[in-house]
Design a protein around this ligand. Structure first.
Ligand SMILES: Cc1ncc(COP(=O)(O)O)c(C=O)c1O
Length: 499
């Protein structure tokens, strides 16, 4: 393997929480990953050769006619023709008929290796039968929702607490977005402070106050169409891994209403696309303590995928509040929750046993029995099958294989992973930022388009990725599945300019 292609790793960082096993076998050296990513975006983009891309588009037209037809209908009635923000839409979205384990099938009967895995919730693979059976059993009993207390609400909360001791109390909600909103509201009610600090580029859902510094660090309100300026007034961002900038903002905020919370994706923005050094979360914890701000971990992706103890267990850092999504309901709707310190969490219950002013949360369907039974049994299955570790091994195999292909074909691309979260950066678009505004203005569009083309080419080769650059592995990804995928990646990457 070429050293230029291989993303460096440090030796396995000892998991401070020894109660659980983790899916990250060795933590990468973030600086070395960045060095390679910087080198990638220093060079001109290396897209697929035009004749190869033309072949990909012809493949779509001939082999995916059913998807084309449905997407034409969808465009007439659904704005943009797709409703899920992870749905691929270049040259048109794939219409899915069936999903099972590591694979999915489109309406034309084509089979794909599925590394989208619904955006991360299905560490057990799609449609895991033992969970499905428990869900069906429950549906026969009380249906999906009653609006009253159900035993699975309590069972799920207790299970989350067993896995993550920082969760002294837990509240189930409808989505990650809602749960981030709730966590911030509780943090503000508890601290009496206003400002929220997030890392530039991180995604914490689409609530008004957090459509801020999305995707590209430093871009603030760039994507805040329809959101009044006043709503973003108390949201701030700092550049990834810049602890000095965080300290300066915390200090300044003392004079401006104080910082209620620092909100982190513990692996780094966009599920570790911009990775953090191992010590980063611990350093932020110290700064929060120094400035009296709460630390909120957004574990919507990492919660249970990195390990049953979450990223907080892996890094050995205790947040005040944790936001859940995705795995919390095992891939079933509706996936959201917030948990943490009892004194903060009791803010949600003021009036019936809580303290102080109430941080209002609600939701007709939140904490419904269907989501809770699915989450409970999915998490138990993940424990029984050691799913984070097994899925992490699949992620390691995929990453090693991609690094080998990149090295052999002498490409500037970068592959790295955090267990079952695998990154394959070909266009480098995610690494542009506002510190280099000219480069950003010049290269954002072509690099974004290149990413769309790569995603389309993987799809035509039978591999579904998240937006052409990220992959989630599951326990269904056997060595055979991974090796099959690698053969397909090799074929696609053979068509890159100069490969
Ligand atoms: C880190 C993170 N936080 C929050 C969210 C929002 O969760 P949801 O899509 O359930 O609203 C996501 C969604 O992908 C996410 O990745």
């Amino acid at each position: 393997m070429s050293t230029a292609a291989a993303a460096a790793t440090t030796s396995a960082a000892p998991a401070p929480d020894a109660a659980h096993r983790y899916g990250i076998s060795s933590y990468h050296d973030a600086e070395q990953v960045y060095a390679r990513l910087r080198e990638l975006i220093r060079q001109p983009p290396r897209p697929l050769r035009r004749e190869r891309m033309a072949q990909v588009l012809r493949d779509f037209e001939t082999r995916m006619a059913g998807s084309r037809c449905l997407s034409d209908q969808a465009k007439q009635i659904l704005p943009g023709g797709v409703q899920h923000n992870l749905a691929f839409n270049h040259p048109f979205p794939l219409a899915v008929a069936r999903a099972q384990g590591a694979h999915l099938w489109d309406v034309d009967g084509n089979r794909y290796i599925d590394f989208l895995q619904a955006g991360g919730p299905t560490v057990l693979g799609s449609n895991h039968p033992p969970v499905r059976e428990k869900v069906i059993e429950l549906l026969h009993g009380c249906g999906p929702v009653t609006g009253l207390l159900h035993e699975y609400e309590v069972k799920l909360a207790a299970l989350v607490q067993r896995f993550m001791p920082s969760i002294e109390m837990f509240r189930m909600l409808g989505s990650g977005t809602e749960s981030v909103m709730a966590a911030i509201r509780a943090a503000r009610a508890f601290t009496g402070k206003k400002k929220i600090l997030k890392v530039g580029g991180a995604y914490h859902g689409w609530s008004d106050q957090l459509v801020y510094g999305l995707h590209v660090p430093g871009t603030g309100r760039l994507e805040a169409a329809g959101i009044p300026r006043s709503v973003s007034r108390h949201t701030q961002e700092f550049f990834p891994n810049d602890l000095g900038a965080l300290r300066r903002k915390l200090r300044l905020n003392r004079l401006r209403g104080g910082t209620a919370a620092v909100l982190l994706e513990p692996l780094g923005p966009e599920s570790g696309t911009r990775p953090v050094p191992f010590e980063f979360n611990r350093e932020v914890r110290k700064l929060c303590d120094e400035f009296g701000a709460l630390l909120i971990f957004d574990e919507v992706v990492t919660g249970f995928r990195v390990g049953l103890g979450g990223a907080q267990g892996y890094f050995g850092v205790k947040p005040d509040l944790t936001v859940f999504g995705k795995c919390i309901s095992g891939g079933y709707p509706m996936a959201g929750g917030v948990g943490g310190r009892k004194d903060v969490m009791l803010r949600f219950a003021a009036g019936i046993g809580g303290i102080g002013e109430r941080a209002y949360v609600g939701g007709t369907l939140s904490a419904n029995p269907l989501s809770c039974v699915a989450g409970y049994h999915a998490l138990l299955e993940m424990e029984r099958l050691d799913a984070p570790v097994v899925a992490g091994r699949a992620g390691d195999r995929l990453t090693r294989g991609l690094q080998e292909i990149i090295g052999r074909r002498k490409l500037p691309f970068v592959a790295y992973n955090q267990g079952s979260i695998v990154h394959l950066e070909t266009s480098g678009v995610m690494l542009l930022d506002l510190r280099h505004p000219l480069k950003l203005a010049r290269e954002l569009k072509p690099r974004k388009h290149m990413l769309e083309e790569m995603g389309a080419a993987y799809l035509a080769a039978g591999v579904v990725t998240l937006a052409g650059s990220r992959m989630y592995t599951s326990i269904s990804d056997t060595d055979e599945v991974i090796d099959d995928a690698l053969g397909r990646f090799d074929e696609v990457l053979s068509g890159v300019e100069g490969a």
